[in-house]
Design a protein around this ligand. Structure first.
Ligand code: AMP
Length: 237
């Protein structure tokens, strides 16, 4: 899915990043929303591995066929499949100045491989934004989430509803409820996060790459916190 262009009027001068930005946090932390905004602000591609898999499923590729049953159960796709897809994607010319990862890495093996790929492709890895949220909020956020079919704009029927039910405010397209945003599958996804992904908090803390972000705040405030961190970092060009 293409990154959504944000309203630049609130952004001011457009900073450039030559680095990989990683949004780390459980399902429902707001990674997709924030990744879209950061991608637009810094003119970087938004790389959502979940979106890439959903695209493979739509196109009925071999990869899509392997990923589909796992995604339907809320389990992670095996590392080797994720990694080859990611490596291919970040070798594309639009990733030369960096990229914003949403949903990757999700295991220690993926993080290790990303480090190696970044070294090989000479990316100044890495800014990891740890989206910190109370677990009790996540179920409500995920069951209420609706996503625009055309542009990926994200709503929540409880907290951030569209003006017209089922219709995207921005482009008028249909809003969909992801099949894995249902209670049973969400519990499985949250469990996968705790067991397989949470160890990355320690991994990136040890490497001094992790910045915590209060992701319980309103989306605009979360964006502002992230922008402060990224603008404030003296990133070599
Ligand atoms: P997301 O859209 O990020 O919530 O991802 C949806 C689903 O895609 C996950 O529940 C996994 O089944 C799969 N997936 C996405 N990214 C990864 C990843 N980095 N590693 C393994 N599985 C992934």
């Amino acid at each position: 899915m293409a990154a959504v262009t944000a309203d630049r009027s609130s952004v001011g001068a457009i900073p450039q990043l030559g680095h990989a930005v990683i949004l780390l946090g459980p399902p429902g932390a707001g990674k997709g929303t924030q990744a879209q905004r950061i991608a637009a602000r810094y003119h970087l591609p938004h790389l959502s591995t979940g979106d890439m898999f959903r695209d493979h499923i739509r196109r009925e590729t071999e990869l899509g066929k392997r990923a589909k049953p796992l995604m339907e159960r809320g389990e992670l796709v095996p590392d080797d499949l994720v990694l080859s897809m990611v490596e291919e994607r970040i070798a594309q010319p639009d990733c030369r100045n960096g990229f914003v990862f949403d949903g990757f890495p999700r295991t220690l093996a993926q993080a290790g491989d990303l480090e190696r790929i970044c070294q090989k492709q000479k990316f100044g890895c890495t800014f990891v934004l740890h989206m910190v949220v109370e677990p009790t909020l996540l179920m409500r956020r995920l069951t209420g989430r609706r996503i625009c079919k055309a542009g990926g704009h994200i709503y929540n029927i409880y907290d951030r509803p569209p003006k017209r039910e089922g219709i995207c405010d921005q482009d008028g397209s249909e809003l969909i409820h992801r099949p894995d945003d249902t209670e049973g599958v969400i519990s499985e996804r949250l469990h996968a996060y705790e067991v397989q992904t949470r160890p990355l908090v320690e991994y990136y803390t040890v490497r001094k790459l992790l910045s915590p972000v209060d992701a319980m705040a309103q989306a605009d405030d979360v964006t502002a916190s992230i922008a402060r961190i990224l603008d404030g970092a003296q990133i070599p060009r």
